[in-house]
Design a protein. Sequence first.
Length: 274
Amino acid sequence: MRNTAKITTAVLAGALTFGLTACGSGSDAAAADTLTVAATPTPQGEILTYVKDNLAKKAGLELEVKEFTDYVTPNTAVQQGEVDANYFQHQPYLDDFNQKNGTDIVAVPGATVHLEPLGVYSKTLKKLTDLEQGATVALPNDTTNEARALKLLEARGLIRLKSGVGYAATPKDVTANPKGLKFEELEAALLPRSLGDVDAAVINGNYALEADLSPARNALAAESPEGNPYGNFLAVKKGHENDEAVRKLAELLTSPEVKKFIQDKYDGAVVAAF
């Protein structure tokens, strides 16, 4: 009886060990399909929440969204491993951030989701060619978006920029200005409120959205998503681009369902980039 008891105890102990090991493996497998993503609230957080509520479960992905209102914390959180990925930025911003902070965050291939088109808006003008000699145009004053705004004006034939200036252009890099336009540099968030004080303003898509302005309905000119380096994408710390959960989310973020959600919700203030 004692031998039998020992054998039974050994079998039970083995079974318990196997059971615990199996549970552990299951937990690891589940963790592999769990992803925590940092994002700014609009539109990135809204798009991620749509994916979480409507698409993620069916794809075998458990998605957690952490919202931040600044443009620094989402990257530092990825770099330090506090979150798995982020979705809030475009390539020129990320390049500048990595260079200045010594980080190694990369875009996930094939996961550029949307563009928030810069648009030129005015309370008084009906078309861009109505800008008069010496008119004042307000620009966002941060490095990336100011260059972007100037490039939009250049693309519409209003100015010409120094050759090779790239995405660091400022009004000092304007080499031709036939209308003698004056540039007023303001914090991007203040631009919609400045419309009554200037002839026109170049406004970011997210701030236009908050001010009930739409590139499709109200802009005198707006960026095109085609070949545009300012598309917002899913980003991770280098080496995690092909993690299973990351690839799943990349596919969901560039799905027909997300494209329709963007089209229906944002009235052109946010444009699908895929």
